[in-house]
Design a binder for this molecule. Sequence first.
Ligand code: GLN
Length: 486
Amino acid sequence: MKRFLIFMMSLFLTFLVVLSDGLVAADDTSPKPIKSNYHIVSDSSFAPFEYQNDSGNYVGIDMELIQAIADQQGFKISISNPGFDAALNTVQAGQADAVIAGMSITDARREIFDFSDPYYTSNILLAVKNGSNIAAYEDLTGKIVGAKNGTSSYKFLEENQTTYGYTLKAFDEASAMYDSLNSGALDALMDDEAVLRYAITQGRNFATPISGEPSGEYGFAVKKGSNPELITMFNNGLAALKANGDYDKIISKYLGETSTTASTVDETTIAGLISNNYKQLLSGLWTTLSLALVSFALATVVGIIVGMMSVSPIKALRIFSAIFVDVVRGIPLMIVAAFIFWGMPNLLESLTGQQSPINDFVAGTIALTLNGGAYIAEIVRGGIQAVPVGQMEASRSLGISYGTTMRKIIIPQAVKLMLPNFINQFVISLKDTTIISAIGMVELFQTGKIIIARNYQSFRMYAILAVMYLVIITLLTRLAKKLERN
Ligand code: GLN
């Protein structure tokens, strides 16, 4: 049964691959674009290299550099910003063509990525809160130190953990990490020097007591062996921008004396936050609602089918449904989502040798559908089994068929019993969409995190998010209750 499920999933994914345009083989080394569009991934907040500005657009050195190079070399790009670790995974899984994210060129990474020529150099550096008494690595004994997952900083801290005896904490993205240092949940953190210095000039109250550790140069990267023309075009474009002065212009725009990114609207009040970000918040809400509604509709179909199987007189169907429910319910939703979004394309690529990207919305919908389907199946089974068996027996003894008895007698009573649980499951499913942010999906929760990464207003922003979810869920449950009464 498990095999059958995997087979069906592979079939579905293969179908998606055929639909997508990522099929073109990339074995030409001439510096001409081979794909009509290159999908580039990046960090979600790594100012001044990539961050959202007041109007919700991604700006920064990396963002401008890659666009200028694409224009100069005549290729088209689309950019998404799932976060550093997620971006690297996405390229590894063949889901995106390349990553530009202030990514240090290291020997370990050269094993799995092909890098461009370097375009920037930065150390990694320890930061503490102003006034902290940490002045050397030795002072970190017994302290809690944070770094972003998958970064050079994390690796450095991991390697030196036993020497200095601190606890290492991993973060998915910068805003949560910086807030933790600010609030005292962390005693120190490590990040790239250029990024820390920038955060301090933007008003972060941090100090950097120790001089930095070399972590090398930043490069643009593709998965080893794929898209070689992209690397060549990047190198040619970078050389051209350096020659004509555009490279220096981009750098000094963000790091020069006159660089300014000050917000025009006061974002330290709830009203300011809302008026400045309502478009992003509404678009995040829309994604959340679409994810929840589409996946819940599909989950209902799956749940009814599997639930009916679980009470079927046919043993094979009962076994199938029991396995389905156990397997799906026994795996955390986040792992199911990561498996579908990163795992399956990776498997398919190693089997077929072709990139098999899957859209994050589709992956999220499949994960939520499977998850919701398993729970709804249990609700259906419970509802049907709550109708006394005597009714089925009585009806069958009158010569009425199984199908008719189910339809006319059992189901109508069962549905009444199921409805409250069903509404409950919808609320749970809607809240579960936040988990899908882990694969880089910019739904409501992720939208909020990105805004916080820019303005550090975590208290007010999370309060706004909480109220938005509360209002939406209350409205939808009211509506469902009304429908239930009818
Ligand atoms: N330069 C660091 C690295 O490559 C951090 C990059 C980032 O956090 N975006 O590991």
